[in-house]
Design a protein around this ligand. Structure first.
Ligand code: ATP
Length: 302
């Protein structure tokens, strides 16, 4: 759905995006992570043709961008740096304009499409207030509603839950999951690890402009080959497992072993009461922190 090669952007002497090769497959939810200033927004803006790359290439839905923007962009819904809306008009009036410009369908059914879109984003009860009077969260939802009216194949969202309260974040997450189940590919940038962990199939991590990790969440969360052994008999377990215990954390030992059944048998036959035996998995946070602290400093200093 999205493929970039060598994607690079300089602002003067600042290398904001550096040799980035993204791979976003059809049907997935891709989380684009990175600390503030790492180049996420610049990358998203290049994907959408809002800013020109200094070098490198972008392909979206098999077409080169921005050369084929006229074919590609009608199939892409986007929300970048706060939704655009006419502040003096109501939310419904804004959506009506969006519908009139897009492939929406007949005018007769326009108000039904608008009500459906408002409902989808939790704005069904919105009154005639102008958008100027909306909270940031309401604007964000209206932007999403506008995006949905075009029924895009691909959604490109920059920090979609920015400014939303926990309930709003939950609703947007459910909405994105539903759209994805119905076939929409979603590329979203975020600096919220928990959000990405709950939502995404794959992640890309940007650090100082460089893509330092691109991996499926399933791979990231794969068992490490170590086991957590929970027991009241820590000393006895440790003696039995001499040389295989990596560390002890209170009532649990972290043990290297390639066969959990054999490990359990060894402990139980040795008189250790095992209360739980679970595989150790890395968290997204651990993996991201490691990738970002390990990456070499590639910032070009003026
Ligand atoms: P955030 O999470 O804070 O939005 P980000 O990961 O989206 O950060 P970018 O906004 O893409 O990061 O910025 C990357 C770098 O490029 C930063 O050093 C920023 O100062 C610089 N930058 C971005 N836009 C411009 C611009 N128009 N002119 C000059 N420098 C820019």
């Amino acid at each position: 759905m999205i493929r970039t090669q060598g994607l690079t952007k300089y602002f003067g002497r600042i290398r904001a995006v550096d040799d980035v090769a993204l791979e976003v497959a059809e049907g997935e939810i891709y989380g684009f992570l990175g600390p503030n200033g790492s180049g996420k927004t610049t990358t998203v803006r290049m994907l959408l043709g809002l800013v020109l790359a200094t070098s490198g290439s972008i392909e979206m839905m098999g077409h080169p961008m921005p050369r084929r923007a006229r074919e590609v962009l009608p199939e892409v819904g986007s929300l970048v740096e706060g939704p655009a809306a006419y502040p003096g008009l109501s939310g419904r009036a804004n959506l009506s304009l969006v519908d009139a410009m897009g492939p929406g369908g007949s005018r007769a059914t326009r108000s039904r499409r608008i009500e459906e879109a408002l409902e989808e984003v939790g704005l069904a009860g919105v009154d005639r207030r102008p958008v100027r009077a909306y909270s940031l969260g309401m604007r964000q939802r209206l932007g999403l509603a506008a995006t949905l009216m075009r029924r895009p194949r691909l959604l490109v969202l920059d920090e979609p839950t920015n400014g939303l309260d926990p309930q709003g974040i939950h609703e947007v997450r459910e909405l994105l999951l539903r759209l994805n189940r119905e076939g929409t590919t979603i590329f979203l940038s975020s600096h919220l690890l928990a959000e990405v962990e709950q939502l995404c199939h794959r992640v890309g991590v940007l650090d100082r402009g460089r893509l330092v990790l691109q991996e499926s969440l399933a791979e990231i969360r794969r068992p490490t080959g170590r086991w957590y052994v929970e027991t009241q008999d820590v000393a006895r377990a440790r003696a039995l497992l001499d040389g295989q215990v990596d560390r002890i954390e209170g009532d649990r030992l972290v043990v290297r072993h390639d066969d959990s059944a054999a490990l359990n048998r060894l402990l139980v036959e040795g008189g250790v009461r095992v209360t739980a035996l679970t595989p150790e998995r890395r968290t997204l946070e651990e993996v991201v922190l490691k990738a970002t602290t390990d990456s070499p400093d590639k910032v070009v200093r003026p």
